[in-house]
Design a protein around this ligand. Structure first.
Ligand SMILES: C[S@@+](CC[C@H](N)C(=O)[O-])C[C@H]1O[C@@H](n2cnc3c(N)ncnc32)[C@H](O)[C@@H]1O
Length: 211
């Protein structure tokens, strides 16, 4: 009896582990490569996270949703949600990603799954919308005026410039982003937004408020 039960459990275990969607492997990939707070894995560090939360609280009274371009695994999206919760003001948070890049080198469908898993709680607690799209396609259909923008997607000069230009042109009052220390990002920020109204935190996060 016990032997048969054990055998059936063992079979289930084997089936679970031989599937292409090996949940345990996915989770260990996530834990080892994208441990929150480390920074340097493509996502913001703990210090940057704290600053981002403060910025969201600071601009809580501006009307309109929050938009993030570049979700990755949802670490900065969680910070945006945390800021909204702390501010006590209800706001929609859009986070956009095409799952084209991740530091673990996993396939886009697994990247998508990990991100969704990671954002389950934030989605329950806030009005978070996970947008599965390229930034370019998102811009074609997005018709709202965001109160706060966070740019952290493709870091090439042309791409950052396009992201910044889109939000500047639609009238976003506050545009922020990551990796200001990257020469391409730095150049795009200065060309599109200029120096007036620009603040920099730890050399890496930038915040521009419309003068
Ligand atoms: C540096 S990571 C974002 C890190 C995230 N903000 C964090 O701190 O947790 C960049 C992300 O942007 C996404 N990405 C790159 N180019 C994109 C594009 N054109 N449209 C949408 N997402 C893009 C990548 O798939 C990747 O997940």
């Amino acid at each position: 009896m016990y032997y048969l039960k054990g055998l059936s459990l063992l079979r289930k275990f084997k089936r679970f582990h031989s599937g292409s969607d090996n949940a345990l492997r996915m989770l260990s990939e996530y834990v080892s490569y994208a441990e929150p707070g480390k920074g340097g894995n493509g996502q913001i560090s703990d210090q940057e996270r704290d600053e981002l939360i403060k910025w969201v609280v600071r601009f809580k009274d501006l009307p309109g949703p929050i938009v993030e371009i570049g979700t990755l695994l949802g670490y900065s999206a969680q910070a945006l949600c945390e800021g909204v919760l702390q501010s006590g003001v209800r706001k929609t948070i859009y986070t956009v990603d095409n799952y084209g890049w991740n530091p673990m080198g996993v396939q886009p469908y697994r990247h998508r799954m990990l991100t969704k898993l990671n954002l389950v709680l934030a989605k329950r607690l806030t009005d978070l919308v996970i947008v599965d799209s390229t930034a370019e396609d998102f811009y074609k259909s997005f018709k709202e005026l965001p109160s706060f923008v966070f740019i952290d997607a493709d870091h090439t000069y042309a791409s950052v410039k396009k992201d910044l230009q889109f939000f500047k042109d639609i009238g976003s009052p506050v545009i922020s982003g990551h990796d200001y220390n990257f020469p391409d990002v730095h150049r795009a920020v200065h060309e599109v937004l200029g120096e007036e109204g620009l603040e920099v935190f730890s050399g890496t996060l930038f915040l521009w408020t419309r003068p």
